[in-house]
Each structure stands twice: as structure tokens, then as C-alpha cells.
Design a protein around this ligand. Structure first.
Ligand code: KG4
Length: 343
């Protein structure tokens, strides 16, 4: 079945056509990052307006690139949560009207489930169960993927997401938004070992994480250096910061693997593009005898194809929605929709 899929939870508008959850027939993305870079971060109202401007044209492009007529589409899927609510509403509402117009089922997809499903597109042999480390601009989760639509959160951040922390740290180091990639590049210029940064533990919840203290530490270091006229070793700070993030994420993922007995680990989301984190995960998984799936960088960030992939499995599980299903700014990844209808 060919699914027309939409993604609009943050600052990327994306549309794709995906066949049977695994074959990408088209995948078009309009990024607004340059516009938000002017403000040093995503401005939600601008994001919503930009989604409105481009989404209809992207839908046409996705169909054209896939070589599909409208009548070839068997269902429409879209992210319905979580994200910037105005932004999510645009994609979800457009998907509703597309499904209504085409007379096909409407499939709500949890955005992070979509990120995890990017692995199915990159690796045909990948099937649940596995453990997913889902790390993006708004979410940081260790998820036990028991089946395609049956997931349990084992650990999560108590405050900032890893990506948000990258973006804020990058900003005080004078790097452009989004800061993850420039931080990655800057960190490669140093071995680090210069700045002692906090590695927070959450009492009684060893798989949970906290990044706000790390973010504040970087901000304070930068402000202090500016106040006393000290030169900051920016590359070393970027490297030490990245090490602190990786040292938070990797051991918890491995501990979750130990606790669940899972031997397969999948990384997902924009932060999974980080070269140091990828190298740390590769080394640690090799040592632990775990199979690691690292999607290509093109599938780490937000895209429509991942929504089409997960949408297929939600459809098979009977998770379709009526027009009354709303969009949500927050939504637990583990809560399924009632079978065959909206809530
Ligand atoms: O998954 P994504 O594209 O959007 C959300 O769903 O949030 O993730 C975006 C996040 C941003 O915070 C961005 O700075 C971060 O992913 N990111 C990176 C790298 N590339 C993108 N963080 C660290 N290292 C990278 N190479």
C-alpha cells in the first residue's frame, strides 16, 4: 500500500510517498532553518505560517516524484504529536483534508515513533524487538520497541532534550542555529579535556537523564569568560560538552539493553547524526556484542518518509483516526490510539 505522509512538528515541512512501510518512492523536505537562524531558535508562529505556505505544493511534489496518481494512494499519514502545537496542527489538518478528499484512511503517527521507523527504511532486515535511543531537538528517550506499535519508555530526560541542549550551547559559542552540526564540526578541532562539566544523575531513576545543568554550565562558562575578558577554548568546550552528552546517553542505553536483554539497538533523531556519539555507540555496542543500527544522516533529521514508514505499521495495527482526532503538543509514545477510531 502506498501512503502519502506529512511531517510538520517543528521547522521542517515534509511530504513523502512510502510503499508498504519500507520503500521510499519520494521524500521532499522544505526546511525553514535559515529563517529561524535569524532569531537563534525556532519561532513557533513563523514555523506554523511557513508550513501553511508550502505544504500543498510539497504534497504535489511528493506525488509527482513518486510517479503516483492520487488514485494510487491507499492512506494518508501525518505526525499528530508531539511538537509545536501550531506547527503540528498544519500538517495534521492538511492530512485530514487530503484523506477526506481522497476517500482513504487517515493514520495518526507519533513523531518519535516516526523517528524510530527511519531505521526500517535504512535497514530492510530490521524488525522489532529492539531498543531505540530516540534523540531529537525536543525529545530524549530510551524506548523498548517490543513490536512495531507496542513501545515502553525506559528512560527519558527530566528537563531539556539533548538536541535543545546542543542548540543552546552552540548559541553561546557563537554558532548558527541549528547548533548540533556546527558543534560537531567545532568539537573535531580539539581533544578536549579542558572543561569539567556536570554529568547529572537522577536519584532513583538510573535510566533517566537531565541536561539542563550541563546547558547552564556551558552558558555560565561563556558568560564568565566574557566578563573577565578571558579567551574561551571554544573547540575544547564543544568537545567536552559533546563528551558529557554522549557519556549521559550511551551508558544508560547499554544499561537498558542489559536490563531488557535486548541485543539490538537503533539510534534515531537529529542528534543521532552526531559523529562522536555514533563512534561511542559503535565502540560500546561492539564491546557488548550488541547489533547497532545507525541510520544515515539524511534519515536522522525530520522527514516525511519516516512518518510513512511508521504509518504503515500503525495502519496494520488498526490505528486509524476520524476527523475529530486533535493534534497534541505532548503525547506519550507508548499510548496507542483506540483501534479503528479517534479518541
Ligand atoms: O530530529 P530533528 O531533526 O528534529 C526534531 O524532531 O527535533 O532534530 C533536530 C536536532 C537539533 O537540535 C539539532 O541541533 C540536532 O538535532 N542535531 C545534532 C547534529 N545534527 C543535528 N546534534 C548533534 N550533532 C549533530 N551532528
Amino acid at each position: 500500500m502506498k501512503i502519502l505522509a506529512f511531517e510538520s512538528t517543528c521547522d521542517e515541512t515534509a511530504a513523502a510517498v512510502v510503499e508498504d512501510g519500507r520503500r521510499v518512492l519520494s521524500d521532499v523536505i522544505a526546511s525553514q532553518a535559515d529563517m529561524h537562524a535569524l532569531y537563534g531558535g525556532v519561532v513557533p508562529e513563523i514555523a506554523s505560517r511557513k508550513h501553511v505556505e508550502v505544504i500543498a505544493a510539497l504534497a504535489e511534489q511528493a506525488l509527482e516524484q513518486a510517479g503516483c496518481a492520487r488514485s494510487d494512494i491507499g492512506a494518508v499519514a501525518a505526525s499528530y504529536a508531539p511538537g509545536l502545537i501550531g506547527a503540528v496542527l498544519v500538517g495534521w489538518s492538511f492530512a485530514k483534508s487530503a484523506a477526506f478528499g481522497l476517500g482513504v484512511p487517515l493514520i495518526p503517527v507519533h513523531h518519535i515513533r516516526g523517528h524510530i521507523a527511519a531505521g526500517y527504511l535504512a535497514f530492510p532486515e530490521l524488525e522489532p524487538p529492539f531498543l531505540a535511543l530516540a534523540i531529537s531537538g525536543g525529545n530524549t528517550l530510551i524506548v523498548d520497541v517490543r513490536d512495531y506499535t507496542d513501545m515502553a519508555v525506559l528512560g527519558s530526560t527530566r528537563d531539556d532534550a539533548a538536541g535543545e541542549c546542543f542548540d543552546k550551547a552552540a548559541r553561546v559559542l557563537g554558532l548558527p542555529y541549528p547548533g548540533g552540526r556546527p558543534m560537531d564540526e567545532l568539537a573535531r578541532q580539539s581533544e578536549g579535556g579542558v572543561y569539567a562539566l556536570p554529568h547529572a544523575q537522577v536519584d532513583g531513576a538510573p535510566l533517566d537523564m537531565s541536561f539542563s545543568g550541563l546547558k547552564t554550565a556551558v552558558v555560565n562558562l561563556a558568560h564568565h569568560a566574557a566578563q573577565v575578558g578571558e579567551e574561551l577554548d571554544r573547540a575544547a568546550l564543544a568537545r567536552d560538552f559533546t563528551r558529557a552528552v554522549s557519556d549521559t546517553l550511551v551508558p544508560r542505553t547499554m544499561e537498558a539493553a542489559r536490563r531488557t536483554g535486548r541485543r539490538t539497538i537503533v539510534a534515531a533523531g537529529g542528534v543521532a547524526a552526531n559523529s562522536f556519539l555514533r563512534a561511542d555507540l559503535e565502540r560500546t555496542c561492539r564491546e557488548a556484542g550488541c547489533r547497532l543500527y545507525l541510520p544515515p544522516l539524511s534519515l536522522c533529521g525530520d522527514n516525511g518518509a519516516m512518518i510513512g514508514a511508521q504509518g504503515y505499521y500503525e495502519y496494520l495495527a488498526g490505528h486509524t483516526a476520524g476527523m475529530e482526532l486533535n493534534a497534541y503538543a505532548t503525547r506519550d509514545i507508548s499510548s496507542p490510539l483506540p483501534s479503528g477510531g479517534a479518541e
